[in-house]
Design a protein. Structure first.
Length: 255
């Protein structure tokens, strides 16, 4: 009997000691499963806002003629034709519509919409694919544009590139590392805001969540689409749940 009481008290103490966080849904490339939307489209952005989803994840690539576009890449396909975005000019890319008929949005197009949506935050995935641009110039271009639209306080940078994450951290930006291959302690030493790892990797290292929180770091997972993965992330107190099924995450969070 005493042993059972001791075990119960220990469990309660661990529960109390675990800090609760406000868990957020991140619409991966926007709410692209909504009617009339597709990945990284303006329709997917508006669908996220209409659904009450506060954070939208996008990808930014720089074209051959040094224009910034919102696209996952590294290639874009239309009507049987496929091109490398980083090696293609904007005019050509805009002549190849997205699956919902929209033209590929530039970063200007996207940020103009976000500026008019004060409740929307962005997770901006930084990636350099093709072209002649180096990572430092890439970061400067993207960050300058975000500052220009006055939404820096609503922006978190994410990247698999350690160099791009280093640049963001050096400029005192919010940045989450995506690589899934770095301990929270090392990420903290690099002054990253947090880690945002594959749900498969995080399930192998659940202690990283608590360790990151103990160092006042944030934790996200991607891409949690099944009810099983989403419920796991909720139970383990993950801060950000990136998903292609944002409405399912909302439903499970509000049960």
């Amino acid at each position: 009997m005493i042993g059972r009481v001791t075990s119960l008290l220990t469990a309660l103490l661990l529960l109390v000691a675990t800090p609760l966080v406000a868990q957020s849904v991140v619409a991966h490339r926007g709410h692209h499963s909504a009617e009339g939307a597709t990945e990284n489209s303006l329709a997917a952005l508006h669908a996220a806002q209409n659904a009450g989803i506060a954070i939208v994840e996008i990808d930014v690539i720089i074209t051959k003629d040094m224009e910034m576009v919102v696209a996952h890449g590294p290639r874009h396909s239309y009507d049987g034709r496929s091109v490398a975005i980083g090696n293609t000019d904007l005019r050509t890319l805009r002549s190849m519509p997205l699956e919902n008929g929209e033209v590929m949005p530039t970063l200007d197009d996207y940020l103009r919409e976000v500026k008019s949506m004060p409740n929307i935050e962005l997770f901006v995935e930084m990636k350099v694919t093709g072209g002649d641009i180096d990572q430092e110039r890439y970061f400067e271009m993207v960050d300058t544009k975000i500052e220009e639209y006055g939404i820096a306080e609503r922006t978190t940078y994410i990247s698999f590139s350690r160099e791009l994450c280093h640049l963001a951290a050096a400029h005192n930006k919010r940045v989450l590392y995506l690589g899934s291959d770095m301990s929270p302690r090392k990420a903290a030493k690099l002054n990253y805001t947090g880690i945002n790892y594959s749900i498969k990797i995080m399930r192998l290292h659940p202690r990283w969540i608590r360790k990151a929180h103990d160092m006042a770091m944030e934790v996200g997972v991607w891409t949690a689409n099944s009810a099983n993965d989403i419920e796991w992330a909720i139970r383990h107190n993950v801060d950000y749940i990136t998903t292609d099924n944002p409405l399912l995450v909302v439903e499970l969070l509000t049960r």
